[in-house]
Ligand binder design. Sequence first.
Ligand code: C2E
Ligand code: CA
Ligand code: CA
Ligand code: CA
Length: 276
Amino acid sequence: AKIHNRSRYTYFTRDLGVEIRERVRMMHALRAAFEKDRLFIVYQPQVNMRTGNTVGAEALLRWKTEEGDFVPPDQFIPIAEYSGLIVNIGEWVLRTACFEWATLSKHTDTNFKIAVNVSQAQFSHPLFLRSVERALADSGIPADCLELEITESMAMNDPDALIESIAKLKAIGVRVSIDDFGTGFSSLSHLQKLRVDKLKIDRSFVNQMIRVNNDASIARMIIELSQSLKIDIIAEGVETQAQAELLISFGCDYAQGFHYSKPQTKNDLIIWLTNS
Ligand code: C2E
Ligand code: CA
Ligand code: CA
Ligand code: CA
């Protein structure tokens, strides 16, 4: 039994070593990719399901390696966060999206909004507010056309600091939304205090409405919650017409999802906007 345990232990440490080395390798590769401009942004339209109008788009980061492979954000964003690279990368996403707004908004008749994901480390950075102000001033995007997406779990760490940061952003006119809503643990009273502009229903609840076990109760509850708190609502991950219809019947008119469009490069989005 002793030998068996020892071999399992050795196996475990070797495995962990491989994992750490892989993470470090990826961190160096990510830094190099960022410096060599190998990161780029794609935009996923946000659509009014009733009218079909595109009202905005979410900026999503992409990394194409020199070998031509795409590394999924779910793999490299955690590494960017862990290494601190996210602060500079995130600022680049913010600025690029703000600058590209001018071109994108020319092709829509609405007051087109750009949504940008913001990580905890970025959001709690002392210079974040300044960098948002600078991005607005340098790019000329109207403040209320910029929407910053934070996640519900961020609210857990330091609720008072979060309330204050959101208040400051709202004071300069920027919109704030809660991403992946329903997956975190924020209480209702807390949600009310945050004063965010919008909730994004996590796609797991949209999926569950029809595909998984026909359970629409959570999506419906989140929509009702947004209505009673007078917060805007959008559903993520809408893949079918049936999901869209059910969401509309619950009072949610806005959606993002493959049923409408996958994330697209800026140029493809312009063509798509022109044709729709
Ligand atoms: P997210 O913010 O929840 O973004 C939505 C994700 O859902 C995107 O994945 C999008 O491609 C995917 N999606 C959209 N519609 C559908 C659908 O109908 N079905 C399915 N199955 N998926 C759909 P993506 O682009 O792989 O991004 C993954 C995550 O990486 C994002 O989740 C976000 O948390 C993070 N991320 C991406 N870009 C950035 C960034 O610039 N900064 C930060 N901090 N995080 C980012
Ligand atoms: Ca998001
Ligand atoms: Ca989300
Ligand atoms: Ca997510």
